[in-house]
Design a protein around this ligand. Sequence first.
Ligand code: ADP
Length: 205
Amino acid sequence: MSNPLKTVLLFGQPGVGKGTQGKILGTIPGFVHLATGDMFRGLDRESELGQEFLKYSIQGLLVPDDLTVRLWRQYVQGLIDTNQYRPDTDLLVLDGIPRSAAQAAMINEYIDVLRVVHLVCTDTDALVERMKKRAEHSNRPDDADETVIRRRIDVYHTETSPVLDYYDDALISNVDAVGLPGEILMCVLNAIVPAAKGRVGNPFG
Ligand code: ADP
């Protein structure tokens, strides 16, 4: 990775809809969505790294920063090497990283943050219900147990929300995460597109 990667961060509490929005954004030409939760869940469960991930995630805890950032760098490099992500023209949509102030500092040299989209929902009980529903089809053990879900929300408040202080206020867009996916998408695009225009390539141009 030579030049800093043009990046948008999707930020917000567990269950707030980062994954839903990120997946939609990833279908737009020129946008590449990378979710660290998916990256970790893609590891072979029997492998050493896969076991390490499970050890933390089933308790609702964050994977240690060093391991997370090392894996993230390898993963990004893999996307570049296989032409799934072209840093010269594509916008990288990061979902789930950085998740601590230390991670923000560790990845800062690799990314040029054009915008931080902060999805906001203050109704914690609604988020918990959403994740319990998600567990029915997602096969995620960390969504099935309410104690673990609530631990993840606590971890978000103590370890992850300080990440917002790491970035300039002017870079942060607060988006109401309550509403129809299309409605929220409109607000997310309103935040991202003007920030990215002229900074990343046009895949059709
Ligand atoms: P959610 O946003 O619903 O909590 P994710 O799919 O983003 O779920 O993450 C699932 C789990 O993966 C986290 O609880 C954590 O254990 C691990 N994880 C994901 N991203 C990171 C990260 N940046 N740093 C440390 N752990 C992470």
